[in-house]
Write a protein that binds this ligand. Structure first.
Ligand code: PLP
Length: 375
């Protein structure tokens, strides 16, 4: 299996641990270990203190699966398979589904986190990209999806809330898209890693796994919870036969998950109201700064303000390629901005992340740089 470089991850690898300000991160501000342990209930604390470090159950710790299942309306704990991050889950599911139907097609939303289409392609699928457009406010069009899928479509991969735009459709539109996949007889991989951080909780979409018994919802501790270092993600579905085949694949990747990470994820999920509430507070404090920034730079930059999550995909209207702009910004101001080119997107966009506490300071530096470069 030959896979091309993952452009976004290579870009992050170059800058993430050197640049003092990260203005494109897709995950929330994290917490320290002591802060997380302070949130543990008695059982969680006991599990942490008495943890033994052998192999863990391949499907995931039973209590963790139970806690994850409670995030869904209809998925039983046996319908949850825990992975080392969402990334492993995408790799396993896409490899299984596309590998079983080599030469089949995969319909994937675009622009997208690269593994959502690259793994399918590497596993033998031919891609049909469902493009979201800036001009349409990044709207999902279920009719366009219907035109893309057919009898040879084995996999449909959606991602709402969406990376990089932060867009999400209304519940009816999303449900129609889920129906399109169901009617085509395709496996739906619904990447929902940015779920649970709706700016207005009334905007929360139902999980695809609850809408359709054959759909698979993907979740993770990295994004809304800000716990990327745990590397805990999961697939949730009522299709237990599919899950069994994916679990068999996982024997060739990690076999089972990190024991400490599973317990810490359990502690965090049991404290989800507190953690998500804190994180939403950060986002809601940061957004007015972004509003003022885009108001000031109206005519030079524009964006569709997201209603969920902590990323958006603004466009630079000035005659400056964002890759050059981002390279000079990190050099001159120590601020990392992700140019849209890493998504293979031609529209001179960049990804903005507003989930970190130092967002106002980082934005100030971007503003200062823009004054020099664009004013
Ligand atoms: C849409 C999407 N899916 C999956 C992932 C992978 O998540 P993780 O790094 O937690 O494995 C990411 C990470 O950026 C993402 O943006």
């Amino acid at each position: 299996m030959r896979m091309p470089e993952f452009e976004l991850e290579r870009y992050f690898a170059r800058h993430e641990f050197d640049a003092p300000y990260l203005l494109s991160s897709s995950n929330m501000e994290t917490v320290r270990m002591d802060g997380l342990l302070d949130l543990a209930d008695d059982e969680g604390r006991r599990m942490w203190e008495n943890l033994s470090l052998g192999y863990t159950e391949p499907q995931g710790h039973p209590l963790l699966r139970e806690e994850i299942a409670s995030l869904y309306e209809t998925v039983p704990p046996e319908g949850v398979l825990v992975f080392s991050g969402a990334e492993e889950a995408i790799f396993a599911l896409s490899s299984v589904v596309c590998g079983e139907r080599r030469g089949g097609r995969a319909a994937v939303v675009w622009p997208a986190y690269q593994s959502l289409y690259e793994v399918a392609r590497s596993a033998g699928a031919q891609l049909d990209l469902l493009e979201l457009r800036h001009e349409d406010g990044w709207a999902l069009d279920p009719d366009a999806l219907e035109d893309l899928v057919g009898p040879s479509t084995g996999l449909v991969a959606l991602n709402f809330p969406h990376n990089p735009t932060g867009a999400q459709p209304d519940a009816e539109t999303f449900s129609r898209a889920v129906d399109v996949a169901r009617e085509a007889g395709a496996t739906l991989l619904s990447d929902e890693v940015y779920r649970l951080l709706e700016h207005d909780p009334a905007d929360r979409l139902p999980a695809a796994a609850d809408l359709h018994e054959g759909a698979v919802s993907l979740g993770v501790m990295s994004k809304s919870f800000g716990l990327a270092g745990l590397r805990i993600g999961w697939l949730a579905t009522r299709d237990l036969d599919l899950l069994r085949r994916v679990a068999a694949f996982k024997d060739y990747t990690t076999i089972c998950n990190s024991a400490p990470s599973e317990v810490l994820a359990l502690i965090a999920l049991r404290a989800k109201e507190e953690i998500l509430g804190r994180n939403l507070g950060i986002v809601l404090e940061n957004l007015p700064h972004a509003d003022a920034f885009f108001e000031k730079w109206r005519g030079t930059m524009e964006w569709t303000r997201p209603r969920v999550g902590c990323i958006g995909f603004p466009r630079l209207l000035a005659d400056h390629p964002t890759d050059r702009f981002a390279a000079d910004l990190v050099e001159g101001e120590g601020v990392m901005l992700l140019p849209g080119g890493v998504y293979g997107h031609p529209g001179n966009h960049f990804r903005l992340g507003f989930g970190r506490r130092d967002f106002p300071q980082a934005l100030e530096r971007l503003d200062r740089f823009a004054e020099r470069r664009l004013a």
